[in-house]
Write a protein that binds this ligand. Sequence first.
Ligand code: ZN
Ligand code: ZN
Length: 339
Amino acid sequence: MKALVCNTPGEFSYINKEIPSVEDGMVLLRMKRLGICGTDYHAFEGTQPFFEYPRILGHEIAAEVANAGTSTNFKPGDLVTVSPYFSCGTCIACRSGRTNCCVNIKVFGVHIDGAMQEYITVPASAIVSGEGLTVDELALVEPLAIGAHGVSLAQLNKGDTVVILGAGPIGLGTIAFAKISGAEVIVIDVNDNRLSFCRERFGIAHTINPLKEDPLEQLSLITNGEFAKVVIDCTGNLTAINNAFRFLAHTGKFIMIGLQKGTIQVVHPEFHKREAVLMSSRNALPHDFAYVIDCIRKGLIKPLDFVTHTVSFTQVKEQFNQLLTANDSLIKALIRFDE
Ligand SMILES: [Zn+2]
Ligand SMILES: [Zn+2]
């Protein structure tokens, strides 16, 4: 079988290797689709912190069970996705059921080799049934689960005003789930194409481009001076995060899905008088995956709207640079393993 290895930043090569044998508790999957994530682009560029090379990238999986091994929950031919955050089960986070932020987490395609290969083996416990979804939809479940997890932490009530910063692939999923919760969503992004996508495809009434208008002034107008009950950052941009604390209503909650490397600055009296909450949102939990799949089955979210590019597995090495620089038009690229 073929695998695509990122040898060092900027360099991919295809290798041939044996189809892995199926150890106890593991399941052999044949890859059908793979979503390309910001993490993969950063790993290829060499800007992903703590990344070791060589590495096989990829964690947004749509696959078919090839050999279910000792698992009785699946049979060959079943379409599945994978929760790619393998947790230890014994640390302080795991013991309280929060396996998404396990102390010893191993993310498939990040800390260990991932899914840019024709066959993979993963623990049976990480496999999620994709019944009722197409393979294209299935490849979008993991990135959508990231947004769903952040929205679940927000504990939104109907009518709450939510500001979402960043309308990239993670931001768009977050917007969709905040809307499903009945929130009034306001989107802030510096890219007008993305803002018009939000207005046209998601029916978002209020979008703000901070390069063109003062977001604080606009938010004050939209919310009658009350500002946002919840702010969710999906940019991972330090300036955007620091500026957005001002968007919080009194009693507001600030949730960071995006990640950056710098130090956040909070003006204490401003934060204090609001009795505000600051939280990070990492990865996703099994119930987030189940919720995403349920929303797709019910037609509440249409993940194929996000797919702007597809590339065949054998062409990834050649086309990866083009995808990297496709900025404006690219939302989500999918790798197809069929052809
Ligand atoms: Zn991802
Ligand atoms: Zn753990």
